[in-house]
Design a protein around this ligand. Sequence first.
Ligand SMILES: [Zn+2]
Length: 283
Amino acid sequence: MFSRQTPTNAAGGAKSIAVTTEKLIASVLAANANERTLCGIGVASAGAIDVERGTVFAATKNLPGWTGFPLRAYFAEKFRLPVFVENDGHAAALAELYFGEGRSFNDFVVITLGTGLGGGIILDRLLLRGVHGFGGGIGHHTINFESGPECNCGRRGCLESYVSSNALVRDYCATTGIGSVTAEEIARRAALGDAAANEAIDRMAEALGQGLANVWSFVDPEVIILTGGVTGAFSGFQDKLMAVLNESLPFSALRKPRVLLSTTNMFAGVQGAAAAVFQGQHV
Ligand SMILES: [Zn+2]
C-alpha cells in the first residue's frame, strides 16, 4: 500500500479535484514503478457514493460540481486498473475493521472528526452503506434543529456544525473576536490554560457527548471509535465527553459505553480505500 498527500483545491470544481488526484496517483505509481503487483486503486471521497456504479450520488456545496462525478470510470480510463470507490467515513470504518481497533469487535461505529464529521456503522462486521450511500451519516443528525448553526446540508444544528475543526474555530473566533486561528492552535492554547479555548473545547465535547448518546441509542454498539485530526485534542476533552455521554445515555450504568481512539489516525481514509480494493477483489 502506497500513500502521498496533496491539498484538494475543492473550490476549483470537480475537474480540478479529479486532475489533482490523478496527478497524485501517477506520482505514487511512478515512485513505486518497481513494485508493480497492483490489484487496483481505492478512492475514498466525501459525499454519498454509489459503490455499484462508482459515482458520487450526492455531495454538499463543500465540493462544488462533485455530485454525479463518475469516479470509477474516470480513474479506470486513466490508469487501466480496477477502481473501487467508498465514502470517506465508510472507508475509515473499513480501515478500523481490517487494520485498526475494530479488528476486536463485531458491532461498532467509527466517527471521523476532521474539518467535518463523518462516520460508518459496522454491524456483524459488515458496513452499513444504506440504499443511496448515506448510511452512518452521523454528522447530519441534528441536535438543535430550531436555533443551531446553519449546516452546509441546509439544516440547522447538525452535529457537524458543533463538532469539527471548522465548528471549533467558528465558536472560538465568535467568543474571542479573533479573526483567524486553526483548531490545532486552539488546542495548544487550551493546554496552556487559555480559558476561552478550554470553554470552546468543552462546548464541542458536550455536543459530541450528546451526539454519541444518540448514536448509542439507535445502534447500541460495543464501542465507538473516534478518528481524524480533531482527536489530537482528545486528552483535553475526553473527561467532559464521557461525563455527558454517561449522563445522557439511557441505562448507561448497565451498558458502560466505551469510546476508543483510532490507531489508524491520518491514514484511515487511505487504509479504508485499500480495504475497499481487497474487499472488492473477493466479491
Ligand atoms: Zn447538516
